[in-house]
Design a protein around this ligand. Structure first.
Ligand SMILES: O=c1[nH]c(=O)n([C@H]2C[C@H](O)[C@@H](COP(=O)(O)O)O2)cc1CO
Ligand SMILES: [Zn+2]
Length: 161
């Protein structure tokens, strides 16, 4: 009998990989974010990426970062974490884990806490100095949501699509 494969991806690589793949669906020209929600026993429950709400056209709403609030993206985009939570149709997310490519903002932190998600694994934390992320961490700490940075193996995979 042959030995089992040794170079299979780990659970963390699998779920962060799915979050990264989801991010590739984003139309945001500047930051593409993906999230993957996983049960305590490592089953994928939901996924999401940042984008406009259903019915709001990607081609009609703005993608700019600047200018009048009504003419830039910030009032309109749904964040990947919220989308992943809202996409779940299966019941409760109590005790679930979330893998996300960017540290959640304060609004997503509220949704994560209220959904009962208990663990957060994030990759990039490029907005760590902003009030939004500082407030987010304050709430996650208070609510007992454990969070830690994804420990990248640096491995790359190639997928033919
Ligand atoms: O937690 C987040 N999740 C998330 O999906 N986003 C989205 C909203 C925007 O489409 C984009 C951020 O845009 P920018 O980096 O250009 O400010 O990422 C932004 C955050 C902020 O941390
Ligand atoms: Zn957010």
């Amino acid at each position: 009998m042959s030995d089992k494969r040794k170079d299979y991806i780990s659970w963390d690589e699998y779920f962060m990989g799915v979050a990264k793949l989801s991010a590739l669906r984003s139309k945001d020209p500047n930051t593409q974010v993906g999230a993957c929600i996983v049960s305590e026993d490592n089953k994928i429950l939901s996924m999401g990426y940042n984008g406009l709400p259903r019915g709001c056209s990607d081609d009609e709403f703005p993608w700019s970062r600047e200018g009048d609030p009504l003419d830039n993206k910030y009032l309109y985009t749904a964040h990947s974490e919220l989308n992943a939570i809202l996409n779940y149709q299966g019941g409760t997310l109590q005790n679930a884990k979330m893998y996300v490519t960017l540290f959640p903002c304060n609004e997503c932190a509220k949704a994560i806490i209220q959904a009962g998600i208990k663990t957060l694994v994030y990759d990039c934390d490029k907005y760590s100095d902003t009030a939004s992320v500082i407030a987010s961490k304050r709430m996650l700490n208070a609510a007992g949501v454990r969070y830690y940075k994804y420990d990248s193996t640096g491995r790359t995979v190639q997928i033919e699509l």
